[in-house]
Design a protein around this ligand. Structure first.
Ligand code: ZN
Length: 584
């Protein structure tokens, strides 16, 4: 027994010693990168997907192929990883180019599209687009980065300075600062949309019918890590070495305590501008990654996602060499099926903003040699335009008040179909909603606080076409105060606004109990309580007997963190729970 124990201990020590020896050289190399760049790129073997998904909560998994994981980590993350005692190999950082990155600052040279612009040239170029095309383009700065660089969008539409009832589509690139292909391609896309307007029918139609938002560089601090005059030395993270595509409020669980300025800017902009369809461009592989990143279960719109992703990749295949975007499922993948990611922008945009976003990886090489940029444009530009066109399709229309004809912010849901926040909302300015969806027949329910809900049966959707369905909602019988004094049924309305910050309104109705007189007919015991995502009761808004009528309560969440909350109404035999989202 003792001998066996001795042998066991010796073997264990030997094994640890082997790992340590193997890793000590690698650890030294890793710390050199951590000192100079703030992040390290490395690979390791992992034989179990569940294990990989756990590790993905500690460090940034960048790719997973065969049984090899490729990952980035900042110092803190790397030290957590070391505790797992997994052998690893430090790799050359993808942002360190051994070729000439051909930095240019003059517009004529940049417009050859086979160079990288300096940061100042990029800013000048964006502003020049708006100056050259004042009716088609304006520039919106959604805020500053950690180091004070600008996060710019080119907004492109006909009558771009006038709000119009058009859906907003959005592209953003290079939130991983060392993935630079999309940066130049987005600039070229802006240039192409503007210069082809009125000469190319497809582009003219798109620009007339949608509002296109393009942010070529979502993480300028990462891309220009070594200074404004070169992209050589770019890093994945922002100036705080945080991976911005792991830093959004999670959907599988909340818990991103350290929201970065770049993320806060995007969340605010996303709430304000209400992008309906978007894509987030990356590099390091070639694939269209569709939702979810964090859930094994499929999105409600999975069939639509597969179709749109397939169309993107299939179009690329017609114009690219056969080895371009041909891996995974021939160029597309479900995000979770590839590997689990918590806190991605794609999941955030869908779950919290009711949008539709995919993550599109467009070059195996992260910092692409500039001479290869024109070829990648040639592979991709038709798909880039085609994807944007989808924002016009599906079921769409206007929701208005049947009495005043004023636009209404309403919820549009499809029972038996919508899950995980896939329902959409009309905007309050025009009352327009856009429900992109796979071809089929659907029952759409329109609801808004203070209005009778309306369900329209058997609405047909056709792929790549728009079904227009305008809907009028009838206000609930108006008293002098505009509230319903004689409700017919128990009802708990969706809170408004939602998402909200810091307070929101919750409406509910208690009907006169049929055939009940006396005390019982005059009041019913009612509670309205707020719960956090773990089910803890955190506030009580009502806990008393209420008479029939319509009630409105405010919940002020000033003292609570961002996240998902639930409110539960219990009144008599009736009970209902709704979800709400606080975003600070
Ligand atoms: Zn990336």
């Amino acid at each position: 027994m003792r001998t066996i124990l001795y042998i066991f201990i010796t073997l264990t020590l030997l094994t640890i010693n082997n790992y340590s020896q193997q890793n000590s050289c690698e650890i030294k190399k890793a710390y050199e990168y951590l000192e100079s760049k703030g992040e390290v790129y490395f690979s390791f073997m992992v034989f179990d997907k569940a294990r990989l998904n756990d590790i993905s909560k500690i460090i940034s998994i960048d790719n997973f192929s065969g049984e090899t994981a490729f990952a980035y980590a900042n110092k803190q993350e790397f030290e957590e990883f070391l505790k797992l005692d997994i052998p690893f190999t430090v790799l050359p950082h993808p942002g360190d180019a051994e070729f000439d990155v051909k930095m240019k600052s003059s517009p004529e040279e940049i417009l050859e599209w086979d160079v990288y612009p300096t940061y100042d040239a990029y800013i000048a170029m964006m502003n020049q687009f708006a100056a050259d095309f004042p009716n088609l383009c304006r520039i919106v700065n959604i805020g500053s980065t950690v180091q004070g660089r600008q996060m710019l969008f080119a907004v492109i539409s006909d009558n771009v300075n006038t709000p119009e009832p058009e859906p907003k589509a959005m592209y953003t690139s290079s939130m991983h600062g060392d993935e630079t292909t999309g940066y130049v391609l987005m600039l070229r896309l802006i240039h192409t949309l503007l210069n082809s307007y009125n000469s190319n029918t497809q582009i003219t139609q798109l620009v007339n019918n949608a509002e296109i938002w393009i942010n070529p560089l979502a993480n300028p601090d990462g891309t220009y890590r070594t200074g404004n005059n070169t992209v050589n030395g770019a890093i994945r993270g922002n100036a705080n070495n945080v991976d911005l595509n792991r830093n959004y409020p999670g959907t599988d669980y909340y818990g991103n305590p350290n929201l970065q300025p770049e993320i806060i800017n995007f969340m605010n902009a996303s709430g304000q501008y209400y992008w309906r369809l978007s894509a987030n461009f990356h590099g390091g592989t070639e694939v269209v990654n569709y939702p979810w990143d964090c859930w094994a279960r499929l999105a409600a719109d999975d069939a639509w996602w597969v179709r749109v992703s397939r169309k993107f990749a299939d179009t690329v295949h017609q114009y690219a060499p056969s080895n371009y975007m041909n891996e995974y499922v021939n160029g597309i993948t479900n995000g979770y099926a590839w590997y689990y990611v918590h806190g991605s922008r794609q999941d955030y945009q869908i779950y919290y903003r009711h949008g539709r976003e995919s993550t599109i990886e467009i070059s195996d090489t992260k910092l692409l040699p500039p001479a290869q940029l024109p070829a990648h444009w040639e592979y991709l530009y038709r798909s880039l335009i085609g994807y944007l066109e989808q924002v016009q399709y599906g079921i769409k229309g206007q929701v208005t008040d049947s009495v005043t004809n004023l636009p209404l912010k309403a919820k549009i849901s499809i029972s038996g179909f919508d899950i995980d926040s896939s329902e959409v909302y009309s905007d309050s300015l025009f009352g327009m909603y856009y429900r992109m969806i796979i071809a089929g027949t659907y029952n759409l329910t329109f609801s808004a606080p203070g209005y009778y809900s309306k369900t329209i049966q058997n609405v047909s959707a056709v792929n790549d076409q728009a079904t227009v369905l305008n809907v009028k909602l009838q206000p609930i019988i108006n008293g002098i105060s505009g509230i319903n004094n004689q409700p017919q049924e128990f009802r708990l309305y969706q809170n408004y606004p939602n998402p909200f910050n810091p307070s929101t309104t919750i409406n509910f109705e208690i009907p006169l109990s049929r055939g009940v007189s006396g005390e019982a007919g005059r009041g019913v015991f009612t509670s309205l309580k707020i719960y956090d995502v773990l089910g803890n009761e955190i506030a009580v808004l009502v806990n008393s007997k209420l008479t029939p009528g319509t009630y409105e309560y405010q919940w002020d969440a000033t003292n609570y963190p961002s996240g998902v909350y639930f409110y539960k109404l219990t009144t008599g035999d009736f009970s209902a729970v709704n979800k709400m989202i606080l975003i600070k």
